[in-house]
Design a protein around this ligand. Structure first.
Ligand code: COI
Length: 360
C-alpha cells in the first residue's frame, strides 16, 4: 500500500452554490495528490497537500520541450450518495503507454489508483450532487530538471488535480458543429497521436481557432499523410452511423485510444449493432450523406461523454446530420454510459469501481 503523507489545509474554499452552472475545468478543490521521481530513487514522497501554485525553475524542461503526459477521468455521485469511478484502471494503464512514448518513467498503476482514492476521500464533499455534473480528475506528469538541452529528464512530478464540472461543450447534449480541417494536421504516422500528451493539444489550437472563426466548435482531423482518412476530434473520438452500421476510425497510431470509445463499441456490440473499426475517408462520409445514408455522427470522450454532431463542414460542403437532432444510437449510448456512470442502471459490464475508504 502506498505510504501517503497528509498536509491538509485549515481553510477550505466555499463549494459551488449552483451545480447546474459549473461549466468545465474552471473550479479546483482544496487539495492535490503529488509525488516526485528522481533517477536512482524512483517515485517517492507521495503526499496530499493544499491546492496552490507549484514552484518550478524557469528552466524546467517541461516548459521548454513539453515532456508531459496527462489523463482524464471522473468521479460520479450516485442517488444514494455513494461515489464511484468509471474504469480508472484503464486510465493508469494508458498513462504508462503515454509515458513510454514520451520517455517518462513508468508509474505503478496501483499506487496511482491508491493515491487517487486517498485524495478523493479527502475531497469527497466536492463530488457534485446534481445530475450531469461530476468531479473531473486530471492526473498528469511533468519533467522538472532545470536544463535547457534536449534529452529525457531525470526528475518529474506526478500530480492529480480535481475539478467539479458540468458538460464539456456549452451546447450540453445538443448537437455540436464540427469543421473538417483540410490544411493543418494533428498527428502523423510514428508521431504521438496515440499518447495523451500536451503536444497533441497544442498543435490542434490553430485549427480550433480557424473553426471558431467560422462559428464551428471543434475540428475533425484527417490523417497527416494524405489528409483523406478521418481520425478524431482531439477532445473526442468520432463515430458514424451509416445505413444502420456503426463505423469508427481504427486505432492506427495517430488516434487516441479513448476509454469511452472502447466502452461505446462494447455497448453497441452487446446491443446487437454491427461495429466496424476501420479506415474511413471523408469522401465516404460525404457520399453516405449525399446518398441519404449518414444516419448519425457522434463523438465519445471522458469530458465530452457522448456528443451528437449536428453539422459537419468539409471545405464548402455543409452536412446537416439527422436534422441537427440527437439520433437513436447516440441517445442509447448516452443513456447507457451515463446510467452506468451515475448508477441509475445496472452495470452489466463490471466497469464501475466504488470509492474505497482510505484512512488518513
Ligand atoms: C478528456 O476527455 O478527459 C480529455 O482529456 C479531453 C480534454 C480535451 C478535456
Amino acid at each position: 500500500m502506498l505510504d501517503i503523507r497528509y498536509e491538509l489545509s485549515s481553510k477550505l474554499k466555499d463549494k459551488p452554490k449552483d451545480e447546474s452552472k459549473l461549466g468545465f475545468g474552471n473550479i479546483f478543490t482544496d487539495h492535490i495528490f503529488i509525488m516526485n521521481y528522481d533517477t536512482g530513487k524512483g517515485w517517492h514522497d507521495a503526499r496530499i497537500v493544499p491546492f496552490g501554485d507549484i514552484s518550478l525553475s524557469p528552466a524546467a524542461m517541461c516548459l521548454h520541450y513539453g515532456q508531459e503526459i496527462f489523463e482524464g477521468l471522473k468521479a460520479y455521485r450516485t442517488k444514494d450518495g455513494s461515489i464511484q469511478l468509471f474504469r480508472p484502471d484503464e486510465n493508469f494503464k494508458r498513462m504508462n503507454v503515454s509515458n513510454e512514448r514520451m520517455v517518462i518513467p513508468q508509474v505503478n498503476e496501483q499506487d496511482c489508483l491508491d493515491g487517487l482514492m486517498a485524495l478523493l476521500n479527502v475531497e469527497k464533499d466536492w463530488v457534485p450532487h446534481t445530475e450531469g455534473a461530476s468531479l473531473y480528475i486530471r492526473p498528469f506528469i511533468i519533467s522538472t530538471d532545470p536544463y535547457v538541452g534536449v534529452r529525457p529528464a531525470d526528475h518529474y512530478l506526478f500530480i492529480i488535480i480535481l475539478s467539479p464540472s458540468g458538460a464539456y461543450y456549452s451546447t450540453g447534449l445538443n448537437p455540436v458543429k464540427i469543421y473538417v480541417e483540410s490544411r493543418y494536421v494533428r498527428a502523423v504516422r510514428g508521431g504521438t497521436g496515440f499518447a495523451k500528451t500536451a503536444a497533441n493539444y497544442a498543435i490542434s489550437l490553430k485549427g480550433q481557432d480557424e473553426a471558431h472563426k467560422q462559428d464551428y466548435e471543434q475540428v475533425l482531423w484527417l490523417d497527416g499523410v494524405e489528409q483523406k482518412y478521418v481520425e478524431e476530434v482531439g477532445s473526442m473520438n468520432i463515430f458514424f452511423v451509416i445505413d444502420g452500421k456503426i463505423v469508427t476510425p481504427a486505432l492506427t497510431g495517430s488516434v487516441l485510444p479513448g476509454i469511452t470509445r472502447k466502452s461505446a463499441i462494447e455497448v453497441c456490440k452487446k446491443r446487437g449493432y454491427e461495429v466496424e473499426e476501420r479506415r474511413i475517408s471523408i469522401e465516404e462520409v460525404a457520399k453516405a450523406y449525399d446518398d441519404g445514408k449518414l444516419d448519425e455522427v457522434f463523438g465519445t470522450g471522458t469530458a465530452a461523454v457522448i456528443s451528437p454532431v449536428g453539422h459537419l463542414k468539409w471545405n464548402d460542403k455543409i452536412m446537416t446530420i439527422n436534422d441537427n437532432k440527437i439520433g437513436p444510437v447516440s441517445q442509447m449510448l448516452y443513456d447507457t454510459m451515463t446510467g452506468i456512470q451515475w448508477g441509475t442502471i445496472p452495470d452489466e459490464f463490471g466497469w464501475v469501481v466504488p470509492l474505497t475508504e482510505v484512512r488518513e
